[in-house]
Design a protein around this ligand. Structure first.
Ligand code: NAP
Length: 529
């Protein structure tokens, strides 16, 4: 079973021991004590091993391998020897392949501390031989792995390199699957998260996580809480299906929190990861093709956001997949589904999310939208999906926009009307939908209504629905004045929840736990201010 290992930078004995207690509380199986700068008192290292709340790995990483130890090898060796002096031994000592290869003295000395397959000894300490590249995948990666595996003292082979794209993770998985000795293969940096979370799915010996966001020992390391609670470490196994959100940047997306919580609630064996892919189509195509093409990954699909919504349509078309007709007309898709038979489907759940949120507000079914008057404020990407959805169901849509030409172009394509934003105060509609970012955090007092929010549309009043696609803040200035005027109001969180719900059901065949989605979203929004 893959061990969840807390990385602890040791600067003080008691502090490190307290960190190990904390790691145990947070669910770690092992700790790695990084003693790079804790080499002045070797006896303290012996004590550290004796008193650790969890079994431990001892690592003293030199600067030439990306660590902080800048002393001589003799001293380093002496400290590592001290790690093995007590009754309790470290589970592993980690040493760089390069150090191991270049010094016969070190090999001989370390052979007295770690388990030697050729010589039965009274120690359970195994030797991890490791190689790290903070620049990228080393060209001689496979040769290094072979040399580590061939070294007689080596019990575990560990490689880590900075991922240049999400594709690097696939090689890490392949290396783990081909292992001849227990293996750790990790990708560093923002593209490498999958290798850390899915280490368990592919049977790596261990993965590393930090106790707090500030104390990671390698770029891209998740925290213990993230890996345990957000990515549901305990439920990951070889059959876990993988989903994600493709975008650039994608680090602040709330979708991983929502979908992973949903998988947990519905008992779905799935995990949902952020998937950063640079904007160009070639990156999208190469990355998504490679993830789909790896059967052992069980990649089931993705939410797709800016700047890839058009790229998704193009990709699925090129691959001979199916595209929802309205997504085709909108010119953007936000959902990829890799079906069981391997075929691809792209659709747009943004418009569906908006339609369902408004229909619920009006207490009607989509079919009953015919003839309703809908005022859409804005003519950008969100407005496009909204206008397409409402006109599809027969609503009479008028697009109000600052740049009238843009409103006209959008309206013309979907059989709607176009008017300048300044004319909104004369508008009498059944539904008003804000599709501009006006009023979004931090500019929370701004309103898309004319006269800096002073001129309410004529139609505002009881029986009318006002929907703001903005979800941060949940209660916008527009919704506040609409509620004061007696309108029913719908926040953008409802669109977000429902577009995610439609994705969830498509991927899993299960009804989405929308209440869980709402709770997670609310918590995230209140935490982010
Ligand atoms: P976009 O393509 O950039 O379009 C923005 C629209 O807002 C344009 O029509 C623009 O008018 C108008 N606008 C921007 N600033 C304005 C100002 N100061 N005064 C008047 N009009 C202004 O953006 P988008 O992708 O459509 O996104 C718009 C909003 O939708 C986002 O802020 C987001 O909150 C929301 N959204 C919500 C969800 C959800 O799930 N709840 C999903 C997607 C989007 P011009 O044409 O004159 O420039």
């Amino acid at each position: 079973m893959t061990k969840l290992t807390a990385a602890i930078t040791v600067t003080d004995l008691e502090q490190a021991l307290a960190a190990a207690v904390r790691a145990a509380e947070l669910g770690a199986d092992l700790v790695e004590f990084r003693i790079d700068t804790f080499t002045d008192e070797p006896e303290a290292v012996t004590e550290l091993v004796q008193r650790s709340a969890l079994p431990c790995i001892i690592t003293c990483r030199p600067t030439w391998e990306g660590g902080a130890y800048d002393g001589d090898e003799q001293t380093r060796l002496s400290v590592l020897e001290h790690a093995g002096l007590g009754v309790r031994k470290p589970v592993y000592i980690d040493l760089e392949l390069l150090a191991y290869q270049r010094s016969a003295n070190l090999r001989q000395k370390i052979g007295l501390v770690v388990d030697d397959p050729g010589r039965p000894r009274e120690t359970d300490t195994g030797l991890i031989l490791s190689s790290h590249d903070f620049g990228g995948r080393p060209s001689d990666l496979l040769r290094k792995i072979k040399e580590m595996a061939d070294a007689s003292l080596c019990r575990v082979v560990k490689v880590a390199w900075r991922a240049r794209s999400l594709r690097d993770n696939l090689e890490a998985f392949e290396l783990i699957r081909q292992q001849v000795k227990p293996m750790v293969a990790l990708c560093m940096g923002e593209y490498g998260l999958a290798s850390r979370v899915l280490a368990k799915k592919f049977g790596a010996l261990l993965t590393f996580a930090s106790i707090d966001e500030s104390d990671g020992t390698a770029p891209g390391q998740p925290t213990l809480s993230e890996i345990k609670n957000l990515y549901r470490w305990d439920s990951l196994d070889a059959e876990t299906r993988v989903f994600g959100v493709i975008g650039f940047p994608v680090g602040h997306s709330m979708s991983p929190a929502i979908h992973n919580a949903g998988f947990g609630e519905a008992g779905v064996n799935g995990v949902y990861l952020p998937m950063p892919i640079p904007p160009e189509y070639e990156h999208f195509k190469a990355t998504v093709s490679s993830w789909i093409g790896e059967p052992a990954l069980h990649f089931g699909g993705a939410s797709v956001t800016i700047p890839h919504k058009e790229n998704l349509l193009r990709f699925v078309k090129e691959q001979g997949g199916e595209i929802e007709s309205l997504a085709e007309r909108i010119g953007a898709a936000n959902t990829l589904h890799v079906r069981e038979d391997g075929s691809l489907y792209a659709c747009n759940t943004d418009y569906a999310g908006a339609l369902d949120a408004v229909c619920d507000g009006l207490k009607i079914k989509r079919d009953e939208l015919a003839g309703r008057r809908v005022a859409v404020i804005g003519a950008g990407g969100a407005a496009r999906a909204v206008v397409a959805g409402f006109t599809e169901y027969g609503a009479g849509v008028t697009v109000y926009n600052r740049t009238v030409g843009r409103a006209e172009a959008l309206a013309g394509q979907f059989g709607a009307e176009a008017k300048p934003l300044a004319e909104l105060s004369g508008c009498e509609a059944d539904v008003y939908i804000n599709c501009t970012p006006i009023g979004m955090h931090p500019d929370v007092d701004a309103s898309p209504l004319p006269g800096a929010g002073e001129e309410l549309p004529k139609g505002f009043g009881p029986g009318v629905v006002v929907f703001d696609t903005i979800y941060n803040p949940v209660q916008t200035a527009l919704l506040r004045v609409a509620a004061d005027a007696g309108c029913a109001t719908i926040p953008g969180t409802e669109m977000f929840v429902r577009q995610a719900a439609a994705q969830f059901t498509m991927w899993t065949g299960e009804e989405a736990p929308c209440e869980v989605f709402r709770d997670v979203l609310t918590k995230h929004l209140s935490a982010s201010g």
